[in-house]
Design a protein around this ligand. Structure first.
Ligand code: ZN
Length: 122
C-alpha cells in the first residue's frame, strides 16, 4: 500500500488515502454528472481514507435514486471525493485531485446504463 494525498483546488478539503502499489484501478464513467465534471474514480474503502480538513466546507448534492452523495467544496466547487452508489463501503476519490500523478489502470464504466455496468464490476 502507498499513501497519497489530495484535495480540492482551494485546499480547504484535504485528505489522505491508502492505495495498492502498482497501477491503481480507476473508472472513467460516462454518466450525466461524471461526464460534466470529468471525475475519474479511484474506489477507496472507507477505512483507507482520512479526511484531514474541510468537512465544514463540503456541500452535498443528490439526484436520481439519491443514493450517491456528491460532495463538492463550497468555496472552489471542486468535487475531490464523494460517496458513490456503486460502492457503499467505499469513497470514490477523484484521480485528478491527487497532489501527484499516479500510475492508473483506467477502465471505462458505462454509467449511462448503470445497473448493467455495476453488475459487470462483480
Ligand atoms: Zn475548495
Amino acid at each position: 500500500m502507498v499513501e497519497v494525498s489530495g484535495g480540492c483546488h482551494c485546499k480547504a478539503v484535504r485528505f489522505t488515502a491508502r492505495l495498492p502499489a502498482g497501477p491503481v484501478p480507476a473508472l472513467d464513467c460516462n454518466c450525466s454528472i461524471c461526464a460534466m465534471t470529468g471525475f475519474l474514480h479511484i474506489i477507496v474503502p472507507h477505512s483507507d481514507f482520512t479526511l484531514k480538513s474541510g468537512a465544514d466546507a463540503l456541500a452535498s448534492y443528490r439526484f436520481g435514486s439519491g443514493t450517491a452523495e456528491h460532495l463538492f467544496c463550497s468555496r472552489c466547487g471542486v468535487k475531490s471525493y464523494y460517496q458513490p452508489r456503486s460502492h457503499p463501503e467505499a469513497w470514490s476519490v477523484n484521480a485528478h485531485c491527487l497532489d501527484a500523478p499516479i500510475d492508473l489502470a483506467v477502465e471505462q464504466f458505462d454509467g449511462r446504463d448503470w445497473e448493467q455496468a455495476r453488475a459487470a464490476l462483480d
